[in-house]
Ligand binder design. Structure first.
Ligand code: NAP
Length: 251
């Protein structure tokens, strides 16, 4: 049963859509009536579980394994959407990793690996989907950045560089495709409770929480609600923007 005209019958591709923020975005889009293509890298079971939850909402869901650090895999993810649904209306570049450490001791490999997944991965996905969206003269692209890309964060020179890069790339591509009915926006989450932040020490969590005016950590659904709006037909005159969803951390 399609529930929301703003997104009913749209096809959404979500990278890293099986866990954490990506999973919440997948479910929010499915709840709006989107068919979903759930990309995962290693979390096959979680992807299948998420697909089942989407189907229970009355939409079609397919899962596709793929590493966004591979151009070939990105092409495969886009091909899957084309084969199953014939189109991509919404692309959410959510896949991301951290390899934290102080710059002085950070290896070049750790720096490159984070850029390759977080930044170049999003570039590869946008490029693979470009022809289809441009031909359709419609698209909603949402790139997940981070407040770390705006404010910086000690121990995250690689991650902050990738997330700041996402913002510049979002704005440039937004200008390239604005006249074709395609919007490209970024969401910069603040501190959100997921596996990614579970690895942090209690002390680090308390320090960050003290900087959040809303005085609470974000939930994946907080990000998903913003993504669902940017993915909808109602957001058509918004492009090249960075929406901080961070309880006021970054203002
Ligand atoms: P998470 O729970 O660690 O999930 C990361 C997701 O990325 C997983 O679904 C994972 O899929 C996927 N992924 C990682 N490497 C991949 C690759 N090479 N190819 C395809 N998928 C890959 O993290 P999260 O907190 O939900 O983060 C989601 C996004 O939000 C990331 O871009 C992150 O940087 C950003 N963000 C998070 C926070 C926060 O506080 N949590 C704050 C700001 C921004 P598999 O499990 O299948 O590998």
């Amino acid at each position: 049963m399609k529930k929301d005209n703003a997104a009913a019958n749209d096809t959404a591709v979500i990278t890293g859509g099986a866990r954490g923020i990506g999973r919440a975005i997948t479910l929010a889009l499915a709840a709006k009536g989107c068919d979903v293509v759930i990309n995962y890298s290693g979390s096959k079971e979680a992807a299948e579980e998420t697909a089942k939850e989407c189907e229970a909402l009355g939409v079609r869901a397919v899962t596709v394994q793929g590493n966004v650090a591979s151009e070939e895999d990105c092409a495969k993810i886009v091909e899957t959407a084309k084969k199953e649904f014939g189109k991509i209306d919404i692309l959410v570049n959510n896949a991301g990793i951290t390899r934290d450490g102080l710059l002085m001791t950070m290896s070049e490999e750790d720096f490159q690996a984070v850029l390759d997944v977080n930044l170049v991965g999003a570039f590869r996905m946008m490029k693979a989907a470009a022809r289809m969206m441009i031909r359709a003269r419609y698209g909603r692209i949402i790139n997940i950045s981070s407040v770390s890309g705006i404010m910086g964060n000690p121990g995250q020179t690689n991650y902050s560089a990738s997330k700041a890069g996402i913002i510049g790339m979002t704005k440039s591509y937004a200008k390239e495709v604005a006249a074709r009915g395609i919007t490209v926006n970024a969401i910069a989450p603040g501190f959100v409770k997921t596996d990614m932040t579970d690895a942090m020490t209690e002390k680090a969590i308390e320090t960050i929480k003290a900087e959040i005016p809303a005085a609470r950590a974000g939930e994946p659904e907080d990000i998903a609600n913003a993504a669902a709006f940017l993915a909808s037909r109602d957001s058509g005159y918004i492009t090249g923007q960075v929406l901080c969803v961070d309880g006021g951390m970054c203002m």
